[in-house]
Ligand binder design. Structure first.
Ligand SMILES: [Zn+2]
Length: 260
């Protein structure tokens, strides 16, 4: 025993031998102070190990650090080739030369701080819709939420083609259940078919019922959306209440931000 005590300099007296609980605490502290080797995101909570040791009901347990969610989102974004877009499209570098652009940015910045579940921006193409929506997603990722991009033209084609396959459910569930989903360029196609409505409905209806955050950009406006399908349109309008923006085709006209 003497030898053991000599080896632990901070415990000089025999009656100060640490209890089982104290030893456990020391082990937990020791584990949590070791640096890990995970890359891609610097986490000050787990020091890039991905796990945090804790004592729960007298037992030492390992819990997954919340950065793992961020890491997995970043990994998926990297795989999908959207990493550069996320880096390039921030609130900071969004051009705000005109009033409507300033309002667009202000609405997006307000949305990321709010409890609202939907952000809808429609109308004029090439006016920075994708930029502002990407900045919203980047902000949510920083807040620790898992995020998925649904690039309508590509992902809807893939999903519609596999609708009868066994993997369909698994694949669509990734989009249905993400903390934040960005549907980029909804209905970006010449004609919207029943299969498109069905797919969009499956995503939107589920996310609305689960109160999950959904960001939608599209070139069509509310009227065109209602013409496509009233059930789908009413759900989109319901989820984006307070954060529904339409950029008119004539840019000289005033930009409307609808709030109810
Ligand atoms: Zn962490």
């Amino acid at each position: 025993m003497e030898q053991i005590l000599k080896a632990i300099p901070n415990i000089p007296k025999q009656d100060a031998v640490p209890s089982y609980d104290e030893m456990m605490e020391m082990r937990v502290k020791a584990y949590n102070s070791v640096k890990g080797s995970l890359t891609g995101y610097d986490c000050c909570e787990c020091l890039n190990k991905g796990y945090i040791a804790k004592i729960s009901d007298g037992n030492e347990v390992m819990s997954e650090c919340k950065c793992m969610k961020i890491r997995s989102t970043l990994h998926r974004i990297k795989q999908s080739g959207l990493e550069n877009q996320l880096k390039a499209c921030t609130f900071k570098n969004f051009q705000t030369d005109s009033e409507w652009q300033r309002q667009m940015k202000a609405a997006a910045a307000e949305f990321v701080k709010s409890d609202s579940i939907g952000f809808f921006i429609g109308g004029q193409s090439g006016c920075g819709k994708t930029h502002i929506c990407t900045a919203i997603i980047g902000n949510f990722i920083k807040q620790g939420l898992s995020a998925r991009y649904f690039v309508w033209r590509e992902d809807s084609t893939i999903l519609k083609a596999m609708v009868n396959d066994r993997e369909y459910t698994e694949r669509i569930n990734e989009f249905k259940t993400a903390d934040v989903l960005y549907i980029d360029d909804l209905f970006k196609q010449k004609d919207v078919k029943d299969a498109d409505i069905k797919l969009a409905f499956e995503l939107i209806d589920y996310r609305l019922r689960q109160k999950l955050k959904t960001v939608i950009s599209t070139e069509i406006d509310e009227d065109a959306l209602i013409k496509c399908d009233e059930g789908l349109a009413s759900r989109i309008l319901q989820m984006s209440r307070g954060f529904r923006l339409i950029i008119p085709y004539d840019r000289n006209r005033n930009y409307r931000l609808r709030k109810e």
